[in-house]
Write a protein that binds this ligand. Structure first.
Ligand SMILES: [Fe+2]
Length: 469
């Protein structure tokens, strides 16, 4: 009797265990049932106010800034004068300071098929004070325009800092809503990490580079006042042999200068910066990344240099996600995952942000690095040394959302939803950071999904997952 009771209960427990195991393998996290507008949006018309050309002849336009050195004491200021070169000099001064400084930049132009660019100016201003508001002026005489930015605090392990995450933005009314929501988010982002696919100019006949210009004017209201740290996507390739355009990334690299040399990179498509308590590594999904390639060699030597006692938060931004459970672009990041995931785990990267998939998704901390061809170990497993992978390609471009998801939701996927939005990565100190995803349809303060991240170096155990619906 006793033996039968025991065997019955063992059987029940075994069945329950099997059910739980199946649930663990097959059922992931949350697939949001939120219903959104599926209509495709067109780009905003050329006479939209967001594309307005400054009303003075040859006035600087498309002003944008990015970090100019490795530590945050330098800024690269870029702008375009449409009619003639004008001046490449920047006048700048610290708030409450009488002394005005000058820095001389350079200008360049480029041709793309039947398009000739305006005069693209790039000027690096150096030796700035940390945590200081600076005003700057570009243009001269009656064309002068004034802007301002704030330098980051000195690099250190417990420096709070807030990054915004935007990807695949484009220039539709949805793009405008995304940028507005970012600007009005009460948790003020101080620097944008942009995960690729900027203007979508290549969607037009002959890759109409005039749409690069409209995009530059559209983002100026944010990018002239805070750095945008950019990574390239497939829409920056502008590779069109049929048009005679065979140099990949030509418009992007002419328009967006980045401080790649300070991290010993040989290409503006991959580089690193430190900012406050974060170490940010920018990678290119569309440049060679196999063994012995320049990007591989750079990343191999770069990761050991990260001093987590100085910059605890190690962030990687790329365009193509390594983990995504949407049908569109499924497994496109697989070859890079095979090459680099082992390093991401070994060096305890905190979070990998990607775009490309026009939706939002957040992963559990998982890795899939045990496979050696003969052992059959090729499934993601929970791994507290692994990054959280966040896809945030939901900026709102003209290609619309991707809504088709692989089913059932895989176990590595913690939350997924096809809605436009942006992210905020809010570093509190060396151990804690808060990530929030903000859906465009919600109020500015609402987080549709969120997570407290524990730093992988300083607090490497399981963090509570907080998903708010
Ligand atoms: Fe893309």
């Amino acid at each position: 009797m006793g033996v039968k009771w025991m065997s019955d209960n063992i059987l029940v427990l075994a069945v329950l265990g099997l059910i739980l195991r199946i649930a663990e393998v097959c059922d992931g996290g949350i697939t949001s049932s939120y219903v959104r507008n599926k209509d495709l949006a067109r780009d905003m018309p050329l006479d939209s106010d967001v594309f307005r050309v400054p009303p003075v002849y040859n006035a600087p336009q498309q002003v944008h800034i990015t970090q100019g050195d490795h530590e945050g004491k330098s800024v690269i200021i870029s702008w375009i004068t449409p009619d003639e070169p004008g001046s490449s000099t920047v006048l700048y001064w610290a708030e409450n300071c009488e002394v005005k400084n000058r820095a001389k930049g350079i200008f360049l132009t480029y041709k793309y098929f039947n398009y000739t660019s305006g005069y693209i100016h790039h000027c690096t201003i150096d030796n700035l004070e940390f945590d200081t508001k600076y005003y700057y002026e570009v243009g001269f005489g009656y064309t002068t325009r004034q802007f301002w930015f704030r330098t980051p605090p000195s690099v250190g392990p417990d420096v709070p800092y807030t990054f915004g995450l935007i990807g695949d933005l484009g220039q539709t009314p949805d793009s405008n809503i995304t940028l507005t929501h970012y600007e009005l988010n009460p948790t003020k982002g101080q620097t944008v990490l942009f995960v690729g696919d900027l203007s979508y100019a290549d969607a037009y006949p002959f890759h109409d580079n005039g749409r690069w210009d409209t995009w530059g004017r559209f983002i100026e209201r944010s990018a002239a006042y805070q750095p945008w740290i950019t990574t390239v996507g497939n829409h920056e390739l502008d590779f069109a042999p049929d048009l005679g355009e065979t140099k990949p990334f030509k418009p992007y690299t002419k328009r967006f200068h980045v401080p790649y040399k300070v991290s010993k990179s040989t290409s503006p498509l991959w580089y690193s910066i430190k900012r406050a308590s974060a170490y940010i590594i920018v990678l290119s999904s569309y440049s060679a990344y196999g063994k012995y390639t320049p990007q591989y060699k750079w990343l191999e030597s770069e990761l050991p240099k990260v001093n987590r006692a100085e910059t605890p938060w190690l962030i990687v931004i790329i365009h193509c996600p390594l983990y995504s459970s949407y049908v569109h672009h499924y497994m496109e990041g697989e070859t890079m995952r095979v090459m680099y995931e082992k390093w991401l785990v070994e060096y305890k990267v905190d979070v990998v942000f990607a775009g490309h998939v026009h939706a939002y998704e957040r992963s559990e901390r998982v890795s899939n690095i045990a496979y050696n061809i003969v052992n059959g170990l090729c499934e993601p497993i929970g791994d507290q040394s692994a990054p959280v992978y966040i896809t945030i390609g939901d900026g709102g471009n003209l290609e619309g959302l991707v809504t088709e998801m692989t089913e059932p939701q895989p176990s590595y996927s913690a939350y997924r939803e096809a809605s436009f939005g942006h992210g905020i990565f809010d570093i509190k100190n060396r151990t804690h950071a808060f990530f929030g995803w903000h859906r465009n349809q919600d109020g500015y303060a609402v987080e549709a999904d969120s997570l407290w991240l524990h730093n992988r170096y300083w607090k490497p155990f399981r963090e509570p997952s907080v998903a708010l619906l």
